[in-house]
Write a protein that binds this ligand. Structure first.
Ligand code: PLP
Length: 359
């Protein structure tokens, strides 16, 4: 079976070693030494001044919204994982969908201003598949209208823009370390901001609002993560260069094999060091996509329709027309991409795709 992704797993002996320390200390969660170590190492690796390690990428978005006091309309993308929208609705905000650019699959900055009303407070955009949004254009619009910017950068571990981590952009940037992401801590995520006051606030919001054992700053949530998750994160960080290199090489194999096929791939922005988080391909028609998907599944190869359906059609949002997103969503497949995927397997997948498309 070849799934769309498989979690990276470090040697089990290495995890055992770290487990021994957790047992000796008998310190399982609540800002333990491995969580602290992971936060330091991630900051160093990413070149970020601040970072909060949290329990997942969804709570990261929710804490950001709460800390920025966003409660009304938020301009967002219809082409993302459902958590981008559900986090907004869960926090009592109203998602306002702006269609995507047909070449990058990211929110189209040219269409943002038309969606701004007196109730708009923020823009929540996803760097889709690890490919940065037009962050400069979005910043100009946000500054002009006094809007906050939050980036759902769940796909972006390792992506750099102009030589620096893409996590530097936005008032707040969030990411996910879920097992399906290229760098993971089983479950987990992180929040980034360059603003020290906002950071402090998000830190107490992550820990029930605690101000010492008997006092509270305000309303908080349980957004902490455990020593067991941090241990996986510390180990996986030792392999991150290998992980990124493998994905780049595998993507290169796909590129070579599929060169002659009529497939669209996202246009990566310039000045970007891309992390090859996914290998999405857009077919000429929905029918072609479905024929390929069905054919691969017969051979136990499972690409995924990321992202389908468009979030603008969810049954808990105001339905909005987002024709570009709907069109891409109807024709896109993410092909298998994970650390152990071999060149032979990529070759086999591509041969099948080419055979279906040439028939
Ligand atoms: C994975 C993902 C999330 C959710 O992250 P979790 O850690 O699973 O909560 C949010 N947004 C996007 C775009 C994602 O891909």
């Amino acid at each position: 079976m070849i799934p769309v992704t498989r979690p990276f797993s470090p040697p089990i002996e290495e995890y055992h070693e770290l487990l021994k320390g957790i047992w000796q200390r008998n310190w399982f969660t609540n800002n333990g030494p491995l969580v602290n170590d992971l936060e330091l190492k991630l900051k160093r690796y990413l070149g970020m001044k601040h970072l909060l390690y949290v329990s997942n990428g969804t709570i990261a978005i929710q804490i950001a919204l709460k800390a920025l006091n966003i409660t009304k309309e938020v301009i967002t993308t219809p082409f993302s994982y459902v958590a981008t929208t559900s986090a907004l609705v869960w926090e009592g905000c109203t998602p306002v969908f702006v269609d995507i650019d047909s070449e990058t699959f990211n929110i189209d900055p040219k269409k943002i201003e038309a969606a701004i009303t007196e109730n708009t407070q923020a823009i929540l955009a996803t760097h889709c598949f690890g490919n940065p949004c037009d962050v400069e254009a979005i910043k100009v619009i946000a500054d002009k209208h006094g809007l906050k910017v939050i980036y759902d950068a769940a796909h972006c571990f390792g992506t750099k823009y102009k030589g620096e981590s893409i996590f530097k952009w936005g008032d707040v940037s969030t990411t996910s370390f879920h097992a399906t992401k290229l760098y993971h801590t089983i479950e987990g995520g992180a929040i980034f901001t360059e603003d020290p006051e906002l950071l402090k606030q998000m830190a107490w919001r992550r820990n029930f609002g605690h101000k010492g054992p008997e006092d509270f700053h305000g309303v908080g949530v349980n957004g902490k993560n455990s020593e067991f998750h941090a241990a996986m994160g510390v180990l996986n960080l030792n392999y991150i260069d290998q992980i990124l290199a493998a994905r780049k090489q595998q993507s290169g194999f796909y590129d070579d094999m599929l060169r002659k096929a009529a497939l669209q791939k996202p246009k990566i922005a310039s000045d970007v060091a891309f992390n090859h988080a996914y290998y999405p391909v857009v077919f000429e028609s929905h029918e072609d996509m479905m024929r390929v998907k069905n054919n691969l599944e017969k051979k136990e190869i499972f690409p995924r329709r990321y992202f389908f359906p468009s979030l603008s059609g969810l049954n808990y949002v105001k339905e909005t027309a987002t024709p570009v997103s709907d069109d891409i969503a109807s024709r896109i497949l993410c092909l298998p991409l994970y650390f152990e995927l071999s060149e032979v397997e990529v070759d086999m997948i591509c041969r099948r795709i080419l055979r279906v498309l040439n028939n």
